[in-house]
Ligand binder design. Sequence first.
Ligand code: OGA
Ligand code: MN
Length: 207
Amino acid sequence: MAFSPELLGYIVDNLASEGYSIVPDAMPAYEVAALAADCRQGWQAGRFHAAAVGRGDAQQVVTDIRADHVCWVNEQHVTPPQAAYLIQMEGLRQALNAGLYLGLFELETHFALYPPGAFYKRHVDNFRGTGQRLVTTILYLNADWQFGDGGELRIYLDEQNDSRYIDVEPRAGTLVTFLAADFFHEVLPAYQPRMSLTGWFRKRTGA
Ligand code: OGA
Ligand code: MN
């Protein structure tokens, strides 16, 4: 099922006014469950690797910054749930371009799995706007997430004042979207395995 025009309009308006958007139950539960099953299967098949920090040649695994594991979605070999997800994200890309003139060109996306104890320290996805990632999206896949399981996404609302933030629980179906250069954020330690599907809309290389 595609995102409704109402939902797309809501996300675009949120991004225009606040720079971020949080939508619970953005996708039908059966689609999210299928993506969660995909994620678990990829993990069991050994397709995940330790996530790195930095860009290009400077990439390295630094487990005291982030200790999650990731598995990139390969557009040449998508499963049916991934295809459904990509269709929805394509709708979001077009809505963001139409509403905000962002010139988003493509999506890169990976599953992420945080084993118990894993976190991702405060960072910004597109540091000083020098990278190609303009918009970050995160879809959470954790069906039975309980208060106390940790793993909240903490979005800092004011770079100068760390006490201004919002915490988002990584509950199945919640979709977070934000301008990738504008928000420091972190993942607090998760006490249960924490699954998500993260995407970045990129501008055209060299543009
Ligand atoms: C990231 C990230 C947040 C989350 O992968 O860059 O910040 O809630 N993820 O998974
Ligand atoms: Mn991030």
